[in-house]
Design a protein around this ligand. Sequence first.
Ligand code: GDD
Ligand code: MG
Length: 399
Amino acid sequence: MRIETQRESERLGAVQIHGLQKVYELDSGEHYGYDDSYNNSVIQRISSEALYEKQKQMAIVVPVKNERLKLIEGVLVGIPSPCQIIVVSNSPRGPVDRFEMEKDAIENFCRFTNKRVTVVHQKDVGIAKAIELAGYTELLDDKGLVRSGKAEGMIMGTLLAKWLGKKYLGFVDSDNYFPGAVHEYVQEYAAGFVMHDTDNTFVRISWHSKPKIMENSLFFAKWGRSSVHSNNALNRLLAHYTGYETEVVKTGNAGEHALTVDLALNIEYAAGYAVETHHFINLLEMYSGILDETEPTAFRDKITICQIESRNPHLHESKGDDHVEDMIDASLSVIYNSPLCPELLKRELASEKARRLKVEETESFDKVKVYGNLNTLNIGVFLENCEKALGNAKVELSV
Ligand code: GDD
Ligand code: MG
């Protein structure tokens, strides 16, 4: 891959946020026999071997809820071979057992590709028990099973990536129409980890365009309806603390993102669709040194957030306007309700919400549920009990 080097970046305490990096060549060849004289101050070449080395240590978590089987299959097709795929499904088990249908389709995919895919249901009793014994009961509902929601599935995926011994963890939605886009995201995750080879790296993708039909022709929109709001609010938050206006944040609620398993196990996850924005906020809460209560030891190591602009258009299943409004609300809620959010920004967010909803009164934001830092879960106990619950599956699935 050929990718531009980082230019602008913002630094708050231990958190370094790099500006968006453009990709100039998706595959720029192998390590040997290539002219590297083009590696200069503006562009760097990352060999295909270097990307593959990272992918060998990477789990890709694919959250699924009621997606068409063909879509899921297309997503799996796009994931590069060295990655361990983990599918966490919350599809209904009745009256039609969608999960069973998904398992059949994935098994078929594995037969053709000779690949290993770990498939679990979000309501798996054994995993829920392991989470309970590890003391992280807040993730469980009144039946003792993992709660529903994308973020809750992501937490399960994170724990399973640790169980499978992976160092890196990436997320890819299962409703993506283009296998080529999925492939590109995972290559870019790996590129981020090559460029920032640390235990605390976060790679977030901003897709280049999203195709839409407008007035009977194709239009390639640049920004998602919800990302405009979360990026803008996060940038204003940063500007409040640095004193300089900035546009550095371009991936506030990026669903396509990857991070080291170490970092993933040391961060809070907000429920549902607030999860990505909250990751950003939580890193700033914990490691920017702004909040007094941050433990001094908490920001010993640098946390790097790397943002990469993908080249493929992003086309996924359309889920309606109400869903987008809910997502905007959830994203802004974690900014609004953070102790980092200054009064002025709160007032602005509230009146912008009123304008969006076309109401007179300013609106505040209901708090979204935020799960405790995953470091409060006893990982040793979880791994031991997860092994008891899924150990056989591990062998069976390693085709
Ligand atoms: N395991 C699991 N459990 N998966 C779920 C659940 C659940 O309860 N709910 C949804 N999913 C899966 C969907 O099947 C899909 O693959 C993925 O999570 C994302 O859900 P969508 O409903 O398609 O979200 P979106 O496309 O509107 O939003 C995406 O992009 C946003 C940024 O633009 C998501 O990735 C958001 O999290 C992201 O902020
Ligand atoms: Mg989607």
